[in-house]
Design a binder for this molecule. Structure first.
Ligand code: PMP
Length: 399
């Protein structure tokens, strides 16, 4: 077979390779990025899909507009307003097939081979691969416990004049980090000052454990004149409701939204109308606040359990910032007392002990930090988390 040259820029994800090992019986996995399927609001989704078929069977089962099903666009605009982004109109967003498609449409519409794009180090693996497929040259901006380092980001923007900057400011995957308010403002100011497009990918912002995080960069843009024209915001129903619905959305300046809509026409014509009508009915029924309260509580307990167990079992061999939301712990092996310091090596010993996680290196577009790893606390209950981290402790003493 003669494949397109663009495929030379990408390889299959290292995570997928690791997932092949997860079939081993009895393994406890902290490796996935999935929400817990036991927490899906099955009754609510059933009611919403029934209502979609009863109220508007024609629309729910027919082809639809590429921009999205209007009742859903209205519900999503209201949902964004409830989170502080008050000026989002239904026409100001398009529905996408997961937020993953929004990322692909951004790649398609904005990236020419050789264009520079700044991402966080570490960042979402599928973003790295998607942007590379379009030929992007990725530049990495460092992240600390407060999200991306905005001083360094500004220097990189000034030096490289990127096509755009891609950030996951709220409980990032994999960093778990939360960009603080001051840095959020700074991002908006830089967007205007350097006339640089900023993409805010926000699938985890609703999954906070204690106090609500600072407003999204989109919501804050109202306070920074001129910033909105440099801002794209991607949202998703995946982590809070169901990833199988494949409902996401993108808010962007009209000119960009029009080009993205054109590309979506050639791609999947539109996101499943049945899924969109179901999501619209779900939001309209007002079930989201109770669902969010329930998932936040469960994930908060699991995050707490994982943090406590990691400290107890691994002590000074590991360092991390306790996440305040999302699905992930991002940690570094310190090598204290001569213990293992390499995430890949530790992942192999851990699998032998019956516990899996993802080493951190694939999440870096450039200059990977080999000591890092990502642990998801989403799909194991507290007892399994304690048992799994106990196995990590055993793996550490053997490694
Ligand atoms: N962005 C980030 C940061 C993610 O972690 C994910 C899912 N893992 C996505 C986008 C894509 O999610 P979906 O397509 O299901 O909305």
């Amino acid at each position: 077979m003669q494949f397109a040259d663009r495929l030379n820029n990408v390889e299959t994800s290292a995570i997928r390779e690791l997932f092949k090992l997860l079939g081993k019986p009895g393994i406890i996995s902290f490796a996935g990025g999935f929400p817990d399927s036991a927490m899906f609001d099955v009754a609510g989704i059933k009611e919403a899909s029934d209502k979609a078929l009863t109220d508007e069977p024609g629309a729910a089962l027919q082809y639809g507009a590429t921009e999205g099903y209007n009742p859903l666009r209205e519900q999503l605009a209201a949902f964004m307003a409830s989170k502080g982004a008050k000026d989002v109109t239904p026409e100001g967003l398009i529905v996408t097939t997961g937020s993953q498609q929004a990322l692909d449409l951004l790649g398609k519409t904005l990236i020419s081979p050789g264009d520079k794009v700044i991402v966080e180090g570490p960042t979402f693996l599928a973003t790295i691969q998607c942007f590379r497929l379009y030929g992007a040259q990725l530049i990495s901006a460092p992240v600390d416990g407060n999200g991306v380092d905005t001083d360094q980001l500004e220097q990189l923007i000034a030096e490289h004049k990127p096509k755009f900057v891609y950030l996951i400011p709220t409980f990032g995957n994999p960093s778990g980090a939360l960009l603080n308010l001051e840095r959020r403002r700074k991002v908006l100011e830089m967007a205007v000052k350097h006339q640089t497009l900023i993409v805010e990918d926000d699938p985890y912002g609703d999954l906070y454990f204690g106090d609500a995080p600072p407003p999204s960069i989109l919501a804050l843009s109202a306070q920074v004149p001129g910033s909105r024209e440099y801002l794209v915001h991607c949202g998703s129903m995946s982590k809070v409701l169901s990833p199988g619905l494949r409902v996401g959305w993108m808010i962007a300046p009209a000119e960009l939204l029009a080009k993205a809509t054109m590309c979506k026409q050639f791609s999947d014509a539109h996101t499943s109308t049945f899924a969109q009508a179901t999501a619209a009915q779900y939001l309209k029924a007002g079930r989201m606040p109770a669902t969010l309260a329930r998932v936040r509580k469960v994930y908060a307990e699991r995050a707490q359990a994982m943090g406590g167990a990691l400290k107890k079992e691994l002590g000074d061999a590991i360092s991390f910032v306790q996440p305040q939301g999302g699905l992930f712990f991002w940690a570094s092996l310190t090598g204290a007392g001569g213990k293992v310091k390499d995430g890949n090596e530790f992942a192999k010993t851990a699998i032998e002990k019956g516990v899996a996680f993802v080493p951190g290196t694939p999440f870096y577009a450039v200059n990977p930090d080999h000591s890092t790893l990502r642990l998801s606390f989403a799909t194991a209950d507290v007892a399994k988390i304690e048992e799994g981290v106990g196995r990590l402790g055993q793996a550490m003493s053997r490694a």
